[in-house]
Design a binder for this molecule. Sequence first.
Ligand code: 0RA
Length: 649
Amino acid sequence: MSEKREEFNKDGYSADSIQALEGMEHVRMRPSMYIGDVGVRGLHHLVYEVVDNSIDEALAGHCDNITVTINEDNSITTEDDGRGIPVGLHQKEGVSALEVVMTKIGAGGKFDKDSYKVSGGLHGVGVSCVNALSEHLTATVYREGKVWEQEYERGKALYPVKAIGDSDKRGTTVTFKPDPTIFKQTLEYNYDTLASRMRELAYLNKGITVHLVDKRSKKEDGSFEGETFHSEEGLKEFITFLDATREPLMKDVISFEGEKNGVPVEVAMIYNTSYAENLHSYVNNINTHEGGTHLSGFRRGLTHTLKKYADESGMLDKLKFDIAGDDFREGLTAIISVKVQEPQFEGQTKTKLGNREVSAAVSQSVSEMLTNYLEEHPDDAKIIVQKVILAAQARHAAQKAREMVQRKTVMSIGGLPGKLSDCSEQDPAKCEVYLVEGDSAGGTAKQGRDRAFQAILPLRGKILNVEKAMTHKVFENEEIKNIFTALGVTIGTEEDSKALNLSKLRYHKIVIMCDADIDGSHIETLILTFFFRYMKELIENGHIYIATPPLYLVKKGAKKQYAWSDEERVAIMEEFGESSKIQRYKGLGEMNAEQLWDTTMNPEFRTLRQIHIENGVEADRVFSMLMGDEVPPRREFIEKNAIYANIDA
Ligand code: 0RA
């Protein structure tokens, strides 16, 4: 690299790289524009961004292994055995290609036109963005018999790339430590979050091996916690993993892959005995949870093919009902993964594919491949058609039940459930409703609340497990009807029987308040399952919260303090000294109205946990596992609880 040195000024930068720096400054000024947010999500996003580069290298056929290590200090190291980022002079920029990749926004792998580059994180911003947002980053490249290195601080190179040794290895290693002045909320990596993403990447890119190592936790034998993810069959195995606790209707997962009009399409699907539709779609390894053209293409191809097959089989001849699109997807779990060269992302969270051409490509691929499959597997074909007929029958029953709910909702005055104690405020943005476990706690909450803006809806004991119930049973259930009418939410339009209408939502905060024990957690999960399956948008729009009642009251004389955990209790007892008295709250019912207000309902002091969906695919799997047929390992879930975020609200 020595002959290039003259081109650097005294700080080691060429004129062009100064321009690049301005881009980097912009990333630091507006990080959310590049990585979504600077909270937990953004922090994890940094890892995905770096790993995506290695995945690209693997997709180009040059890399088999990727290792992600969470270091003891919560810095991250990613290693791959690819070709290594080039270290030679980049003609236009006048510095090494490595420095360009690391310090120029949007540089990516542009100088390698042959590579089939389709991955790239949610925002596709590249590793330079991670560099800009790291207090320190080291890039090490093994290439051409040498080890090359360059370090950076907050995106600025500390010295030109240098050779630091010899090696016959090939690959790229990046270690970065997120900048605490940017990530103010937390710097701590969550193992499970990274594990879900690495597992997902292994399923989406079959053949690649992804290792995850957590150096923060040592096992008894001295090795570190970690997992290795590898899938030979890709999406097919992903479906098996997702549906592990559902009962399949067929022996094998249906899977196919092909390419239409330059769009590679991969699909895997299975029908199970449940009533839920679980479609997950990906574009360039990104979960498009708002769907888009690839998903609508899949739906169209599926409906068209199955309908044609069913018509021709004569199985529909005696049917008195029409068959709707939904009916073809009841009990269906499917994953659609496409690779698009220039994806256009739309929607609120930029996770909806907009490219029009993809719709036809997917629909044609699915039609062709599924038609072949049905012809070759007549037994499976018959099972699917029977399931569709059952779904159509159930839908008609559900339609009737739903109309009942609607009718009640429309007449809003007098139509509200008798058990609802409404608030006086009319502006939904200022209103809250507490869904309270049990009538007695409901009574306490009613006394304790601020009736100006807090409404109370007591729910009787365990609400229906919607995961196991047919749709019409859900709409016939008293408690669930009450939730719909109290919230002012209606469901189903002419075109889409599952569309939610939230325009008349009566409360912007919906707070689930249950006992702080295992039963309470179970009820919480039942209610969350209901929202996840039937009113997902309420979760996505941030309307759903969980109240956190205290576990203990510690008293000494006139002094009293509440504790939400055993550690807190111990700390308070130490502070109060000997002879402090402890009351353990086994349920909401043991608190009086004033205590409930002080600890759990008063906006000034309470902590509400806002529910958000971190990973829709994983959330789907967890709900089906918890609430499906198999005895649920609920306790473990409640302790680990991956879908909650603790946020003050
Ligand atoms: C562009 C060209 C070449 C390699 C890469 C990019 C590359 C980038 C990353 C990022 C992480 N790991 C990576 N591995 C490789 C190689 C071009 C060549 O050798 O001909």
